[in-house]
Design a protein around this ligand. Sequence first.
Ligand code: ADP
Length: 190
Amino acid sequence: MNLILLGPPGSGKGTQALKLSKQFGFKHISIGDVLRSNVEDRTDLGLSAKKFMQNGDLVPDDVIIGMVESSFKTYLSPESNLTKIIFDGFPRTKSQAISLDSKIQAFGLRLISVVFLDVPDSVVQDRLISRGRDDDSPELVSNRLRVYKDLTEPLLEYYKTKGILTKIDGDRSPDIVFSNLVDMIELKVK
Ligand code: ADP
């Protein structure tokens, strides 16, 4: 059983993914975290991703798709026995979504749902600016939100058409959002 968390930056994907991993034993794959640790370690991947992240732009699809492919190899090798993944921050573009679809098919995985954490722009802006990560300055936040609307938001329609989108009101306390998610998962896996 696999889950995709979708939503604007600051919608709480990382927070919820962490709680869900503890509760259900998901492997949490956060593309943002993987990228940040590559930037810190100055790997080739990190060096090529850095300028995009610093500008609040998306890292090019081929880089991201390559990265996710190698996590699949690590986590889904026949001996790993792990088929419970939460994708946090992936997919963010239509071609990433298409690539993930084909991986899911190839590995015979079950996607329980694509969860959209719905949070209004003004709330997201306040949350990010008070979080204060390097890419959380007011200008970068506006750009990241613009990029989200242009490239990622269309995925809502994509998954809605497939009938696997679950919308959750993310503008509530983390515990309440979490209990909604738990209910949703329990219902789907029954
Ligand atoms: P947030 O959800 O708050 O934007 P993330 O940690 O998920 O934070 O992402 C941080 C940055 O990493 C993004 O602004 C982008 O530059 C890059 N990134 C993360 N995921 C992807 C992705 N799937 N495709 C392209 N770039 C990505």
